[in-house]
Design a protein around this ligand. Structure first.
Ligand SMILES: [Mg+2]
Length: 176
C-alpha cells in the first residue's frame, strides 16, 4: 500500500516548483510522457519544450522513463535534449535506475513525475525516489488505463486525504 502513495500530489506538471526542488538539491527529473508532459499520444509541443529547456537552463538533467516503444519515446525526448529509457517495464524499478545511471546522478538527487499510480508512483517508489503524482493533462486512451483508473479511485482518496499533510511536511523541510 505505501508503495502506491506519492510524496506529493499536484494539479499539473506545469505547477511544480522546480526551482524550489533545485534548491533542495535535486538535479535530475524523470518524466512520464502521456498525460504528464503532453496529452495521451500527443507529440512534443511548445509548452513541454519550454518547460524542459527551462529545466536544463536551471541546471537539471531530464529523462523520459516510458513503457512506450522506441519511436514514440525517442521522437519525444530527442528534440528536447532529454535522456530516455523506452519499454521501461514500469512499475518495475529498473527503468528508473537505468535513467539515473545514464544521467550520471545519484538516486537522492532525482525525483519522478507521472500521472498513474500503478506505473509511475509504484515504479518510482520501488526505485526509492521522491515522486510527484499529477492529475492527467487530458483524456486517457485505452481500456487497460480505464480499468486502472477505477482501481486507482480508493487509493486516490487516500492520496487526497493525506496530501495536505504531505504538503505541510514538504514545506517544513525547506525551513530547516
Ligand atoms: Mg501517463
Amino acid at each position: 500500500m505505501w508503495n502506491l502513495l506519492p510524496n506529493l500530489y499536484l494539479s499539473s506538471t506545469y505547477d511544480i516548483d522546480f526551482e524550489e526542488m533545485y534548491r533542495r538539491g535535486y538535479r535530475g527529473v524523470l518524466f512520464d510522457i502521456d498525460n504528464t508532459l503532453v496529452g495521451h499520444n500527443a507529440p512534443q509541443d511548445e509548452r513541454s519544450l519550454a518547460l524542459l529547456a527551462g529545466l536544463h537552463d536551471l541546471g537539471y538533467k531530464t529523462a523520459v522513463v516510458s513503457n512506450n516503444k522506441y519511436e514514440r519515446v525517442s521522437s519525444f525526448a530527442d528534440p528536447a535534449g532529454m535522456f530516455y529509457v523506452y519499454k521501461a517495464g514500469k512499475p518495475l524499478g529498473r527503468g528508473y535506475r537505468q535513467a539515473i545511471e545514464d544521467m550520471g546522478l545519484k538516486s537522492e538527487e532525482v525525483f519522478s513525475v507521472g500521472d498513474q499510480i500503478f506505473t509511475d508512483v509504484w515504479g518510482a517508489n520501488r526505485a526509492g525516489l521522491f515522486n510527484i503524482l499529477v492529475r492527467p493533462l487530458g483524456k486517457d486512451i485505452g481500456f487497460h488505463i480505464f480499468l486502472k483508473r477505477i482501481i486507482e479511485k480508493p487509493i486516490m482518496l487516500v492520496v487526497i486525504l493525506r496530501n495536505r499533510r504531505m504538503m505541510r511536511k514538504f514545506e517544513q523541510m525547506s525551513e530547516r
